[in-house]
Unconditional design. Structure first.
Length: 500
């Protein structure tokens, strides 16, 4: 019997009422293992109504009450990390160790939420005028929503809702319909931790559910992670409906390798950052820029390492890389490789046509490495979101910097060098939101914020860290004057208040 994933509304499972379902496949076999209910606009309304009702009490609850629940949730999430990783592997396809890493990074934000008392502290200025005090405080928004991608079905929701509910908001999550089970398990653990019914809700679906969240008058803010075209749509539509929006888009992350770099370390980093999670992550390195005469040596070192990667089912401990999420996505990724030579690139490794014995119907693709890629090639222009690494050549640092800054994306970047002065110059001059120095995937720790520039971010706030706290709260300034008991009434004064 096929498993059915339903919604989570008001603290319990809510069976899909729309009659619409979508398939969820095991990427390693290509078999449909699960059906997920697709929410109608009315079902989204029910989730928002549950969140709105819960906000009446949750928004007024003490900070101690909220963090106590989050501490219990953290313990449960830690205890069930293997189970959640197995759900991720079964529906996304990534190897188990990678899925465990995803949960661990999500736990960092739960840690931040548990200690959010520092971020929510207000400010007080006393005696700004005679017996006048001014205080700045932060208050929750109300019902907020998260729309999350398939590539990190546990981590990205965990980047959103722990901070949101710690700040006193209630939450409606619309996860990817391609791998929905992890989100429901997180909801169950939150309920077990004592989170009141309706504070966290999950609705599955497609554009119908998304558009209703963007239009619903009771949804005050929307967080999104996904592709740039959809991020732009989310930002435009939700903003037009008066909502606060943080919409994180796509990426084309460059790794700049200078002639003085440790080429073995650079090659290790390039392979790890390009092919980890089968390249299905917005912080993957998809373009290496080799400066000067090191290009041939660097490409050969990358090739030697890439050829040794073990590709297989995510639940096989020997596997280092799993399949792609769908057959359609696999075919799209392959098209960039098969068309690369005609666009002027040199195909060093061609991973198209790769299969795994016993799993021939899985969504498999092997490692691809393209050298001397022109900036006009589609493999360079587009976010491929698969295990394809492009190598570009430049003669100077300045030429490389101009190439990187000309990209419409500005998510993450890295430089490999032994020269501290060059590294400092790069981190100041490059147009990207996250920079690594001899670090290939510069994803910030939880107490620093994650986010890019240019077409990689729409909205004013990055995700998690201090930006996350600010996004899920709004400021209020209170000016207070209390009369001294010894004062006599002074009568009406229509002038400006006196400050002395």
């Amino acid at each position: 019997m096929t498993k059915i994933v339903n919604h989570w509304i008001g603290g319990k499972t809510a069976e899909g009422a729309s009659g619409n379902h979508g398939p969820v496949t095991d990427p390693a076999t290509g078999e449909v293992t699960t059906k997920v209910a697709y929410a109608s606009a009315e079902e989204v309304d029910a989730a928002v109504a549950a969140a709105q009702e819960a906000y009446l009490s949750w928004g007024q609850s003490s900070l101690a009450t909220r963090t106590t629940v989050l501490f219990r949730f953290r313990a449960l999430l830690d205890a069930h990390r293997d189970e959640i990783a197995e759900l991720i592997t079964a529906e996304h396809g990534k190897v188990h160790s990678d899925a465990l890493g995803e949960v661990a990074r999500g736990l960092e934000i739960v840690d931040l939420a548990c200690g959010i008392s520092v971020q929510l502290k207000g400010e007080l200025s006393t005696q700004v005028a005679t017996r006048v005090d001014v205080a700045s405080i932060r208050q929750p928004l109300g019902v907020v929503a998260g729309i999350t991608p398939f590539n990190f079905p546990a981590m990205v929701p965990l980047w959103m809702f722990p901070l949101a509910i710690a700040c006193g908001n209630t939450f409606v999550l619309k996860p990817s319909e391609k791998d929905p089970s992890a989100s429901v398990r997180l909801a169950e653990l939150l309920s077990e931790a004592g989170l009141p019914d309706g504070v966290f809700n999950v609705v599955h679906g497609d554009k119908v559910a998304v558009d209703r969240l963007l239009a619903h008058p009771d949804v005050k803010a929307v967080s999104f992670v996904g592709s740039t075209p959809i991020a732009r749509y989310i930002h435009t539509t939700a903003s037009a409906n008066g909502k606060r929006v943080q919409a994180l888009g796509g990426a084309k992350n460059h790794m700049l390798v200078l002639p003085d770099a440790d080429l073995d370390a650079a090659a290790d980093a390039a392979v790890s950052a390009a092919y980890g999670s089968a390249g299905e992550r917005c912080m993957a390195i998809s373009a290496v820029v080799a400066v000067g005469a090191i290009g041939d040596t660097l490409v050969e070192k990358i090739r030697e390492r890439a050829e040794k990667i073990k590709i297989g089912p995510g639940n096989d401990p020997a596997s280092e890389m799993g399949p792609l999420i769908t057959a359609t996505h696999r075919d799209k990724v392959a098209s960039y490789v098969t068309g690369a030579a005609a666009e002027g690139a040199e195909v060093v490794l061609d991973g198209t046509g790769y299969t795994v014995d016993g799993h021939e119907h899985g969504h498999w693709i092997g490692i691809s490495l393209l050298d001397k890629v022109p900036t006009s090639a589609a493999a360079y222009q587009d976010e491929i979101f698969g295990p394809v690494l492009c190598v570009l050549r430049t003669e100077t640092y300045e030429e490389a910097l101009d190439l990187i800054n000309a990209s419409p994306y500005g998510n993450g970047t890295a430089i490999f060098t032994r020269d501290g002065g060059a590294a400092r110059r790069f981190q100041m001059e490059v147009e990207a939101g996250m920079v690594g120095v001899n670090v290939p995937i510069p994803v910030p720790v939880g107490y620093h914020s994650f986010g890019g520039w240019k077409d990689s971010l729409f909205g004013d706030h990055h995700i998690y860290g201090n930006d996350g706290t600010h996004f899920y709260t709004r400021g209020k300034v209170v000016t207070t004057r209390w009369p001294d008991p010894a004062d006599a009434p002074t009568g009406v004064d229509l002038g400006f208040p006196r400050n002395h």
